[in-house]
Design a binder for this molecule. Sequence first.
Ligand code: PMP
Length: 670
Amino acid sequence: MGTQTITNETRMAAPLPARQAILAELSALVAEALRVPAADLNVNAPFLEMGADSIVLIDLLRKVGARYPVKLSVRQFFEELATLDALATFLAEQKPVAPLPPEPLTAPLPTPHPQRAPLPIAAPPIATEAAGSLERILAQQLQVVSQVISEQLAFLASSDMQTIAEADTTEVAADSAQPAPQPAPPQPAPPQPAPPQPAPIVTPFAKPQITESAATNTLTHTQQHYLHTFIARYTARTPHSKAWVQNYRPILADNRASAGFRPSIKEMLYPLVAERSQGSHLWDIDGNDYVDIAMGFGVHLFGHQPPMVVRALENQLHQGFQLGPQSSLAGQVAQLIHDLTGMERIAFNNSGTEAVMTALRLARTVTGRSKIATFAGSYHGHYDGTLAAPNPQQLDGWAAPMAPGVTHNAVADILVLPAYGDIAMLEILRAHAHELAAVVVEPVQSRRPDLQPVEFLRELRRLTHDLGILLMFDEVITGFRVHPGGAQALFGIQADLVTYGKVVGGGLPIGVVAGKASVLDALDGGMWRFGDASYPPADTTFFAGTFCKHPLTMASAHAVLTFMKEQGAELQATLNRRTAQLAATVNAFFAEEQVPIQVAHFGSLFYFRFKGNMDLFFYHLVEKGLYLWEGRTCFLSTAHSDADLEQIVQAIQNAVFDLQKGGFFTRPPR
Ligand code: PMP
């Protein structure tokens, strides 16, 4: 195993100051990853029960590996180093091999200098007698960590129970209170519109986590008892799904069947298996009826089996789904996308991931530059070249691989800027302008729908235009959902390059790359005509895909887009209003019951915002007849009736009442 067993003796033998400093640092790292105040962490609770999932553990592994002379494996976090206490003791016992520089844990500040010049950190290093020793290094780190912890606590304390709108202003207050000295910018800063939001970044893979009581892993007798009976109730409702998952686990490798694994909820940890669906409802193989609020991760804008899509597919099935010749509908689908979005040219892929991959290749081709800037908290699919995480050791944004198997080289050309919506990020972009092919944004990040930085996007549009950098909107979720023309139309901002997916395929796999002809021409050489001397004038790159423009997908997309064009923008506007109304109702209830959850929304996307681990809350929603997926992004469709909305509210209320009875939420005095 290569790891010492942690015993009480070794624990006692650990040098105390070093151990405490390590513990403080580790607590800050874990608190940051789990989005809970460090003070709420129980150092004796297993990481998994605190809410860490495998991605959080891998991140922790990387950060620990960067700071301490040890090589750990994730497996050790499941076993002998499963708690903060055990890990701190273990690290304190290690001999330092080389002094490590203190490393700021906060989001990096913009540098006015090009290239990878490190920035001054907030806290000056402390000189101690034990210069060069682990203690000195740790003392330096502790000073930085203490500052980070106090900033995080200030933020969490101020934003915890407020409405989302209020949280925006308090976050600003917390941010402006930061004492960190910053390098003077070379130019006077442009007017500062929407201020930065220092809210913790949500990565697409970070699981939402743990209630305070669960975080301590010290459930009261009432809680233990309730959890036990709830698990029995939940599993009795869904035995066929559970058996199905177990039966196929040996052969079906499925990350969704283990996502969010932790021992306390292990017996309920299985995806529901669907039997059928209709409109806003679906049924599992145990015959349970659910109001679906996952809606195919945002695909099914018109509900399940929308009649126009079913008709188009039946029709196409009779015509065949031949691959090779052109789909007779591809041109019309491109025309409809052009009509609805204003994009000049359109190309088709099979998924959002593929569309993003193609778009980046196009951007690099037409600009002749290699770097791409993205923002922390955005998700752009699972192509290696975008699986990039902010790198705390590269202070001006250069990325680190997000997951094992993604090489440093795969993300070497990605700059992940730490603070989406922060006008200060523009200075970083300016510094890298000479090498940037594109800046890619998810205009409203799906895990932070309340962050709608329109002013920032306008500034970004101006800057990228002036500097000759392509602005790319990844509208895989927002496209056709928030408005027929997506976030571009809603915000009145035109990007150079846009990716779509999900809604536009009507339930069949699709990705769309759209944008200026000058960019899309790199795909086919651009415009030429028969009967004259014209030829494809543009330089091209590689593009392919066996299933691109699949006849069934084209038929489905054609039906969806035709319907959308007929209905006009009021269709999305009405749905957006209904979603806002639902969020307001639910938020009023949460406030009344003093439940630390809020529903944030953008268009018809909504997301439960909370701190800690809310696994049990979500399991209760499922048990009350709502279907939602592990990533917890929720969507309303045009098929959701008033009765469905009422059922959603009821399920949320009943879940809260149950959790109050079980001792997981405190009941306010009546
Ligand atoms: N971009 C964004 C903004 C997304 O939300 C997603 C998927 N949710 C993707 C890209 C990847 O799309 P797909 O899952 O179809 O590959």
